[in-house]
Design a protein around this ligand. Structure first.
Ligand code: KG4
Length: 341
């Protein structure tokens, strides 16, 4: 069989990324992150789409160059069609459509959430055997989503539970903002949490039935507690930021892991993976190892570079869809709403 070269393009939020894969093996993965949002404490959609417009051509160009190929060798263009910020998606989607049309090659649309899960199938070499066996359970935790997914096949994923309000990453980012620590809060909280006592403070945990999550109550509980403490000591955050971060991280990880444990019990599947930006979190990674030891799970934790938004995960999803000839017509629009279809 002829070699299959896939160009993956990701532009759903604030990272412009392009990757090239040959027969499912990653050749290049180039990401331009947008520093402009830091000053605003969160992603500003209009600024994000403008930055994507500036970045998309050089990022794709670099990805093709670093892969050591020429664009005429590409077999197909895979792109994130949604969910995400509409203005951001439009840049990647429009570029992908124009590029595929100009090269006269197929277009493949990829769901961003499925892409995060598929990050586990990215191969760095021909003999890379790190992918989990099917079926497995995947905890998908990012800035926009918190879900427990049963992965039956790369094109057959079942959402067993999901957040009914905020995502875990969103809660961490908002609590970090309330503490005046900056954006994105995840890595800042992670760093501080390593220096603090996870049992210094307790915040209310949700009581949601089944495998669904909720993080908005925790966020409110954190905010109200902080307001009280600051009344007595205006420098409370500065004096206790490590303990606050450690306690917040502990509570979030505890909520995530308890439901995950329930999902494993209900399905009987002990191959458990984690994906999405929050899977970079040290506390969550440690908890995965603890649960593996305690409950006999086999765990799959992606490399840091494949946890946050990246085009390698879009490319690998595109590769499997290519093998199935699951192509997308040029008139399919971007979508912003969270869905797994
Ligand atoms: O998957 P991602 O890059 O974007 C979305 O698709 O949402 O996830 C971004 C989220 C942000 O909320 C960020 O704060 C969080 O992942 N994050 C972390 C860490 N690194 C990134 N959260 C906790 N600990 C980290 N080390």
């Amino acid at each position: 069989m002829e070699d299959v070269y896939i160009l993956g393009i990701e532009s759903s939020c604030d990272d412009t990324s392009a990757a090239v894969l040959r027969n499912g093996v990653l050749l290049s993965n180039v990401t331009a992150s947008q520093e402009v949002h830091k000053a605003y404490g969160g992603v500003v959609p209009e600024l994000a789409s403008r930055a994507h417009q500036q970045n998309v051509v050089p990022v794709v160009d670099q990805a093709i160059k670093r892969a050591g190929i020429v664009k005429e060798q590409l077999s197909a263009v895979a792109f994130t069609r949604g969910p995400g910020l509409m203005g951001s998606l439009l840049v990647g989607v429009s570029f992908a459509k124009g590029f595929a049309r100009s090269l006269n090659i197929p277009l493949i649309d990829v769901n961003h959430l499925q892409g995060h899960v598929m990050a586990h199938f990215i191969k760095e070499s021909d003999d890379d055997k790190s992918a989990p066996p099917l079926p497995f359970i995947c905890l998908l935790v990012s800035g926009g989503n918190s879900q427990i997914v049963k992965v039956n096949a790369y094109n057959d994923m079942q959402v067993l539970g999901q957040t009914i309000d905020d995502a875990a990453g969103e809660a961490i980012d908002k609590c970090s903002k309330v503490m005046g620590l900056g954006y994105p809060g995840g890595p800042i909280i992670d760093k501080l949490a390593r220096l603090g006592n996870p049992h210094a403070y307790s915040f209310s945990e949700p009581h949601i039935p089944g495998l669904d999550y909720s993080f908005s109550g925790l966020k409110t509980s954190f905010l109200y507690s902080l307001r009280e403490w600051v009344k007595d000591d205006p420098d409370f955050v500065e004096h206790h930021k490590e303990d606050l971060a450690a306690s917040l991280e502990f509570t979030i990880v505890d909520i995530l892991m308890k439901k995950l444990k329930l999902a494993v019990k209900q399905t009987g599947i002990k191959h458990v993976a984690v994906a999405g930006g929050v899977s970079a979190n040290t506390g969550l990674r440690n908890a995965f190892h603890e649960y593996a030891d305690k409950y006999g799970w086999t765990i799959y934790i992606p490399k840091f570079s494949y946890t946050t938004d990246n085009a390698a995960m879009i490319g690998i999803t595109g590769y499997y869809k290519y093998l199935d000839k699951d192509f997308c017509s040029i008139d399919k629009p971007a979508f912003s709403k969270v869905t797994f279809q």
